[in-house]
Design a protein around this ligand. Structure first.
Ligand code: MN
Length: 278
């Protein structure tokens, strides 16, 4: 597990690339993490497609979503989603906001999310809906004002997921891997749920099954197994981020590439995820 800022930024870069590679987010959407060493700070990339994020892109924010140092690049306009959830939920250590195609049938009609298979339990029994219209009327639909983020965080309450009418989903978790796991498997579940509705009568999990399944699915073993697999899928398609490289160094001349500490990459992602150099 990560234990330095370089390692945190690498983990967060991987998380963004994984949710992209697994089809949950595309050019938009983002994953953030709270600073494990300072609960009043969180990390989020500069405005960039998640598949391309590398450690040098990560910006450090206060919980008011102000950058700690003046950033040299443009920022995500929806960063208040992250800051306001970290404020409201001290137990949340990572957040993913996305517009997964799997959820669009639900968030455009108001169909409740229902866990239809065991891993779907990680989305919760009945995650709440939030409608930006209720408090803010006509907007450009983006969650950009602190009060809009705070309203969304209130709707999330003590759940792990909130569905956003005509927009998307925001997922919270106890750490980066937990949040990635919940984001991916809740999206798979939403997909299966809509297919099942078309195919026949859904026979969902019971509340007891949901509780038991969610507990086992996000155990350390489950998180490690999925993380290793998803990282290896990035590695096999040459999509691993560089480790510890600044944005300037990243596009890389040969000399800069040589300085990249391959050993540390290996330690972080294990042998199966080894980065190919060409
Ligand atoms: Mn959005």
């Amino acid at each position: 597990m990560p234990n330095s800022k370089d390692a945190f930024f690498y983990e967060l870069s991987l998380a963004n690339r994984i949710v992209s590679n697994e089809g949950i987010i595309d050019s938009f959407g983002h994953v953030s993490m709270r600073d494990p060493d300072d609960p009043n700070r969180y990390f989020l990339s500069r405005s960039r497609a998640p598949a391309l994020i590398e450690p040098g892109d990560i910006i450090e924010y206060t919980l008011d979503s102000d950058p700690v140092r003046p950033p040299s690049a443009s920022q995500y306009s929806e960063r208040v989603i992250h800051g306001e959830i970290y404020k409201a939920r001290p137990d949340v250590m990572a957040v993913c906001h996305h517009h997964s195609p799997a959820f669009m049938p639900l968030v455009t009609t108001g169909i409740d999310y229902v866990p239809v298979f065991h891993l779907g339990a990680t989305g919760g029994a009945k995650p709440p809906f939030w409608d930006q219209r209720d408090e803010f009327g006509d907007t450009n639909m983006l969650v950009v004002k602190p009060e809009e983020g705070a309203s969304l965080a209130r709707a999330l309450g003590n759940h792990w997921m909130v569905l956003m009418w005509r927009h998307g989903v925001t997922v919270a978790g106890r750490n980066v891997r937990d949040t990635v796991f919940r984001s991916i498997y809740s999206a798979r579940n939403a997909d299966y749920q809509m297919q099942a509705r078309a195919a026949g009568t859904i026979q969902p999990l019971t509340p007891g099954e949901i509780e038991l399944c969610a507990k086992i699915a996000t155990s350390t073993t489950g998180l490690e197994r999925t993380w290793e697999h998803w990282v290896s899928r990035l590695a096999h398609s040459n999509q691993l981020p560089p480790y510890g490289a600044s944005r300037k160094a990243a596009p890389a001349k040969r000399s800069a590439a040589k300085k990249s500490p391959k050993k540390t990459v290996k330690q972080t992602v294990k042998k199966t995820a080894k980065r190919k150099r060409r």
